[in-house]
Structures are given as structure tokens and as C-alpha cells.
Design a protein around this ligand. Sequence first.
Ligand code: MRU
Length: 368
Amino acid sequence: MKVDGKHFCSIWRDADGWSVGAIDQRRLPHEFVIARLTNVAEAAEAIRSMLVRGAPLIGATAAYGMALAMRDDSSDAAIDRAYETLIATRPTAINLKWALEEVRRVLRPLPPSARTAAAYARADDIAEEDVAINRGIAGNGLALIEMIAAKKPGGTVNVLTHCNAGWLATVDWGTATAPIYLAHDRGIHVHVWVDETRPRNQGASLTAWELGHHGVPHTVIPDNTGGHLMQHGKVDLVIVGTDRVAANGDVCNKIGTYLKALAAHDNGVPFYVALPSPTIDFSVADGVNQIPIEQRGAEEVTDMTGRTRDGRIETVRIVPEGSPVANYAFDVTPARLVTGLITERGVLKADRASLSAAFPERIAAAAE
Ligand code: MRU
């Protein structure tokens, strides 16, 4: 997608052929800074500190992290060390484990001398496959937006989204945003309600930034606004991303997604989840009870960072000193509240039968 008219991906192999470039998402929307990752420790820290974030991008970064590790040491022990370092960075998005296992599977049978090139090749493929998958999601989700547009001749299709499941969270296109970008590019009038997404404000900081740069009309709303908008007919559909979809169709996504699903259900608003197939985890039978929920530092809740009117970036405290806080980063929306799963292989029902029929190879992978 575009930044100031120039096409960008969120991560890439640098011109030197080995280091990895990524947009530093901690600095957006105020500063556009490119980071350079040169070893596995830096790749791991980029994921942990959320320089990169979003399930598919976490996976792609981890894959490049394995390649960077192989450059320094391509022994069997180094493969395992790199895997352990990277898997420990964040617990919820299953794309991390998926990507690490993809690279490890390629590396293990190879002689050490062939491992670095093979790791880069698989990491490049993972990044390219992500773009292709998201383009597939765009086409399948577009049909849903077109159906609504057809019922509102000359009107605007209002989509509500939560967090950032945009191109910044993937390699390009995004998942939830992919159908939105395609609809916009095809001339359909789309408008996006962007949940600010406390505590880290990925909606206000990242989704609004990328939609703005691509010219997609949008409005940032405080997280608590969605229910009111839905009650008053101002939301035609909700599309969110996900960090892990369980075999039973339960969907884990950024904290607050579940509340949006409840509000959508109560108001008859379709609630769709866009996901690439690496986000499906057939090893988890029951998402609500089994998906690990990351808990993050208290400072994300107690503090807020922004730009002052005179241009400085500052952090201020908004919670009284001494008040305990809780910071659950994700929640799980039960499958019964999900209207459909927008995947690269079509729009599916959120249940085991539909997921297994569409992605049988993922069941085999989970059993390994
Ligand atoms: O904590 P984050 O910013 O990594 O969380 C991101 C999300 O919850 C996204 O909605 C999800 O990863 C899907 S990204 C296509």
C-alpha cells in the first residue's frame, strides 16, 4: 500500500541482500522511521517491543530472524536456539509458531553450508505468500461489500474495524483492510469506523494512518462508540482480523473484539473475521478456554504517548500512582457470534467442518 504516494511493504530484505528492513510501528503515526534488523536478537526484540506487530507480520519477521541466525551460526544447535529465542517473544499469534516451524522444517535436513540461503528463500516465500493470501482475502471480502453497496445505491458502505489488521500488520494489503482497499480502489464508497483500540491505540495510530495515506475515508472513534453506532444503523458490517482461530471457529483477536461481536449480534450487524490460513490452529479445540492470552506491561494502561502541540513526543501518566491495572492484550470471540470467516479460499462458516473442508493440510500440520 502507499505512503506519500510510494509503495511500501511492512518488511523487506534490504538492498545489501541480507539485512531486514521494517517500518518501526512504535513511532507511527508521528514519525516514519525504518529499522534495520541484523541478527536474531534484534528480530526477537523487534517482535517483543512491537516495532513489528500483527500476527502475519510477526510470522514473517520470525522467519527472517531464523535466516539472520543462520548467517551467524548454521549448526543444529543454532537452529534450536533461534527457534527458542523467537518463539518466546509473544504467545498469542499462532503465525509465529507456524512460520518458525516452516523454516525449521526446511533447514533441518540440509547441510549447514546450505542453511542460510534456504532460510532466506523460505522467509522471502512466506512474505510473498502472505501478500498473495491477503489479495485472495481482498477478492472474497469484496463480494460482501459489493452486496451491501448494491442495496444502497449511491450510498456509503460503513465498515467498523478494531485494532490494526491492515497492511502494517501483514506484509501488504492487511487482512480486515484488504477487502476495504480493493472496494475503495474499485470506486465503491467505503467509510471505515476505526476503533482507537486502547491501550496501545493501534486503530488510532496505525489503521487511521494507513487508511489516510491510501485515501480511504475513515473516522476514529473511542472504543466504546461501536454499540451506539450499530444501534443507529451506522455500521453495515464489522470486519476484524485475528491472531488465532481455533478448530471450533472461536476467534482470538485484540482485546475488545468480543464486545464488538456482542454488540453486532444484538443489532443484527454482520460480524466477519478476515484471516490467512496460517492463523488457523487445529491443535486448539476450544478457543475460549485454550488460546493463551498475552498479558502486557501496566505502563501501556497507565501511560499514554503522543505529540504535544509544539511537536515533541511525550508520555504522560493518566492513572493515579499506586492503582493496580490489568492489561489483557487479547480476547476470544465465540464462533456463534461470527457471521463468517473471510479466507483466501472463500468465506467460511466459523465451525470445524467448514475449516477442515477448506484447509485439510492444516489439520495434518497440527497433528505433527
Ligand atoms: O498486539 P498486536 O498489535 O500485535 O495485535 C494485532 C491484532 O490483534 C490484529 O488484529 C491481528 O494480529 C490480526 S493482523 C492481520
